[in-house]
Design a binder for this molecule. Structure first.
Ligand SMILES: CC(C)(COP(=O)(O)OP(=O)(O)OC[C@H]1O[C@@H](n2cnc3c(N)ncnc32)[C@H](O)[C@@H]1OP(=O)(O)O)[C@@H](O)C(=O)NCCC(=O)NCCS
Length: 423
């Protein structure tokens, strides 16, 4: 049985942050009803690669959901919404600040309609504080949560990371909060409001940088390859430093293309075998006993030289060859995998992390698979819904409306975009 079988979610989320969360819950077996503005989630039409087809932006974030379109700016649409709230266990949204209130449905109102329902909200900055009224996108959250100021090289500008920690990261946080609140509601019969601010989520993911921020009040950060000093205040950008207690860096390998790099962590325990292996080829047979590198403290002090030596050794090997050599020495390492590498990787395919799907408008496409593997209820990934594909099904099956009611609501414009007023 699917883990969340029987849980119904009214999913008003759009773009990326919310849909990431509801897709994961759908993959765990929840019945996710994507409640869309009749114009559709804006991502359906964004960055289109196939004319008139739902974009990959949409399809990759909305699998295993059913779509209903409802115009919340009509009285009839609002009634459908209220009826759905009554039948769902979770409602979730990531509108800009105040949108749901403007519809007339604050959390208090929703709680009154269905006291057991759990409500999840994603906002850029939460519902309190000086930033509460601001909208946010991924990189705004990365900028404001500490990720950008700590990513990049010291002399260069701040950088965003390719991993969507502001959007998808926040979606993950929300999923955890929703499941906890759902569990509590099972005991108490009372739902609660679960809020995750994107800025807070990014700060959570930057926790180790705030560790270093506080360490700077007591002294330098000896593991950093860039200069640091007591009282420095802000944590500097430190390129590809490991960020942990062990030294790490990206090593350029043969044939020295854009992604011919291997990330290596020189764990304390592996220095001796690593030095014994690379030293002789570098003409330094005594490297393992060289006092410049004998202790972790010395290696921190002389890390630039250590990386130069390892880079020199890597000149003769591809990233895959070097990975083989280092793994045989138990050195933690990983090639920098391009998207092309990953889409063709045997390990990735074997773990169902690059999944082939079909779609009536776009034909064959691929989605990144479900990263959470439940032994008794593995995810079965199904394509994303077309806009309003399940409107009638949901009205009849979930709400028990009959054909006459459905037609009357349609006529009243409950499920459609209002006609443009004549000028
Ligand atoms: C992402 C974001 C910036 C997009 O801004 P936006 O495109 O202006 O969209 P908003 O959510 O602010 O507004 C949605 C509009 O659609 C309307 N709408 C949404 N669903 C509707 C429905 N079913 N029927 C009728 N209208 C609907 C809303 O009423 C609102 O219009 P209004 O401003 O006239 O009230 C904003 O939603 C946001 O800050 N969200 C929270 C943070 C977040 O999740 N960001 C990451 C996104 S990946």
């Amino acid at each position: 049985m699917e883990a969340l079988k029987g849980i119904r979610i009214l999913d008003m989320t759009h773009v990326q942050a919310g849909p990431t969360c509801s897709q994961l819950l759908a993959w765990m077996g929840a019945d996710v009803i994507k409640f869309e503005n009749p114009a559709g989630d804006a991502t359906r039409g964004q960055l289109r690669d196939v004319p008139k087809a739902d974009s990959l932006y949409f399809t990759m974030l909305n699998c295993n959901k059913r779509s209903i379109t409802v115009n919340m700016k009509t009285a009839e649409g609002k009634q459908v919404f209220v009826d759905l709230v009554k039948t769902c266990d979770i409602i979730m949204e990531n509108f800009g600040p105040g949108v749901l209130d403007r519809f007339g449905f604050s959390w208090e109102k929703i709680h009154e309609i269905n006291p057991k329902i759990v409500m999840g909200s994603i906002k850029g900055f939460g519902s309190s504080g000086p930033y509460a009224d601001f909208k946010a996108y991924e990189n705004v959250a990365q900028a404001m949560g500490g990720a950008m100021s700590t990513t990049g090289v010291p002399d260069g500008p701040p950088f965003v990371t390719g991993a969507q920690i502001g959007d998808s990261g926040t979606g993950l946080h929300l999923a955890i909060g929703l499941l906890a609140a759902l569990r509590q509601a099972e005991h108490t019969g009372q739902g609660q409001y679960v809020e995750v601010a994107m800025m807070d989520g990014v700060m959570n993911l930057c926790r180790v940088k705030f560790r270093d921020h506080q360490r700077l009040t007591r002294g330098e950060l000896p593991e950093y390859s860039v200069p640091t000093y007591k009282g420095m205040g802000e944590v500097p950008r430190a390129g590809n430093d490991s960020g942990g207690g062990q030294l790490g860096n990206a090593i350029h390998c043969k044939p020295h293309g854009a992604n011919d790099w291997l990330y290596i962590v020189v764990q304390e325990a592996v220095w001796a075998p690593l030095a014994k292996r690379i030293g002789p080829e570098l003409g330094m047979p005594e490297l393992a006993s060289d006092p410049h590198f004998a202790t972790i403290g010395e290696r921190r002090k002389n890390q630039q030289l250590m990386w130069t030596l390892i880079n020199k050794y890597a000149e003769q090997h591809t990233k895959r060859e070097l990975m083989g050599i280092l793994n045989s020495l138990d050195v933690p390492c990983g090639p920098i995998m391009s998207t092309e590498d990953l889409a063709n990787d045997e390990h990735v395919r074997g773990r169902d992390m690059w999944v082939e799907l079909d779609h009536p408008e776009r034909g064959t496409w691929y989605n990144v698979g479900m990263p959470i593997k439940l032994s008794d209820s593995p995810a079965v990934i199904k394509r994303s819904p077309l806009l309003g594909e399940h409107t009638d099904e949901i009205l009849k099956q979930v709400l028990g409306y009959d054909e006459t009611q459905v037609s009357a609501l349609k006529k009243a414009g409950a499920f459609s975009v209002p006609p443009k007023k004549a000028a």
